[in-house]
Design a protein around this ligand. Structure first.
Ligand SMILES: NC(=O)c1ccc[n+]([C@@H]2O[C@H](COP(=O)([O-])OP(=O)(O)OC[C@H]3O[C@@H](n4cnc5c(N)ncnc54)[C@H](OP(=O)(O)O)[C@@H]3O)[C@@H](O)[C@H]2O)c1
Length: 290
């Protein structure tokens, strides 16, 4: 089964290249394809021989989505629809990456969201992802919509760091650390996420699936666990979200769980704590024996 990955230079895209044999995957960067331009999408898909189109291209700066609504919807929704339509015309499956931010409108909720839960985003990014999901569903039945959350991995996006890396760096350089303790999410290791997506596609799964590492925590708990696992003793002040005023509202609780992974051959992913440890080993921060 041959995969075409759009958004190949990003955090998740580079992980696909790491996880797959080169003959099984073709990666297209933003220089190769513009997903908001139908002729660019059609030309690229015609050129590449593939069975599965993975669309990772996104505008996911949550605050900028709030102030640039046209771009948020053109990339995250219309672009997603154009890719899904072109995939259908080529008889390919399309995989669209969505987010835990399609949920979160219930501030009092403290139980994870499953695939069967109704969406309810609290910001423009989340709404644009809901719209992207709907356009994908309306374009082709042969789709897999993957909702994931709070990604970390050894390869990074253009910004050049992931959350645990930023925490480690600040602790090493002695910068004060203040991290929010009132936003709950499911940290997810990109290597585990991509491995699961490839296996689910090969298994033939369609529809919507939540793929995150097991369990969940606040960003402060995630930061504390990172330093503890890296054997670094450094204080992290727990603060409320009010300490970091932002343009876009964030969900207080957007933990995901999956009722679909149980019935797949993939099963549930390992806990986020085990995944964090694997990440620190892969990064060379700790050894297997530490
Ligand atoms: N990162 C997270 O924590 C997280 C959590 C949940 C879900 N997701 C979703 O997972 C997917 C992958 O995320 P990621 O972290 O890998 O993002 P990323 O590192 O920003 O990678 C996205 C890639 O898509 C390219 N791209 C952006 N706009 C494009 C366009 N209009 N046409 C073609 N290519 C375009 C970008 O290129 P340029 O940078 O050159 O524009 C970038 O290389 C996204 O759908 C995201 O919403 C991410």
């Amino acid at each position: 089964m041959r995969f075409l990955v759009i958004g190949a230079a990003g955090q998740v895209g580079q992980e696909f290249a790491k996880c797959m044999a080169p003959e099984d995957v073709t990666g297209l960067t933003h220089e190769d394809v513009e997903i908001t331009d139908p002729s660019s999408v059609d030309a690229c898909l015609k050129r590449v021989n593939c069975d599965v189109v993975v669309n990772l291209a996104a505008f996911h700066n949550v605050d900028e989505c709030e102030t640039d609504l046209p771009k948020a919807f053109v990339v995250n929704a219309i672009g997603a629809g154009l890719v899904a339509r072109a995939a259908r015309e080529k008889d390919c499956k399309v995989v669209y990456f969505s987010s835990d931010y399609v949920f979160g409108d219930n501030d009092r909720r403290r139980s994870p969201y499953f695939e069967s839960d109704a969406v309810g985003p609290v910001n423009a990014y989340g709404v644009s992802k809901v719209a992207g999901e709907q356009l994908v569903r309306a374009s082709t039945g042969n789709h897999l919509i993957v909702r994931s959350s709070s990604l970390f991995g050894v390869v990074t996006s253009k910004k050049g760091w992931t959350f645990p890396e930023m925490i480690l760096e600040r602790a090493r350089t002695g910068e004060p650390l203040r991290v929010v303790n009132d936003q709950y999410m499911s940290p997810t290791y990109t290597a585990d996420l991509v491995g699961a997506v490839i296996a689910l596609v090969r298994e033939g799964l369609t529809g919507t699936v939540h793929i995150t590492n097991g369990g969940g925590c606040t960003w402060h708990e995630f930061a504390t666990a990172t330093l503890k696992a890296a054997l670094i003793d450094y204080p992290i002040e727990a603060v409320s979200s009010d300490a970091f005023p932002s343009v876009a509202r964030r969900p207080a609780y957007s933990r995901l769980d999956s009722e679909r992974l149980d019935t797949s051959r993939v099963g549930q992913l390992r806990s986020w704590e085990d995944a964090l440890r694997a990440y620190l080993i892969e990064k060379g921060v700790i050894s297997r024996s530490s």
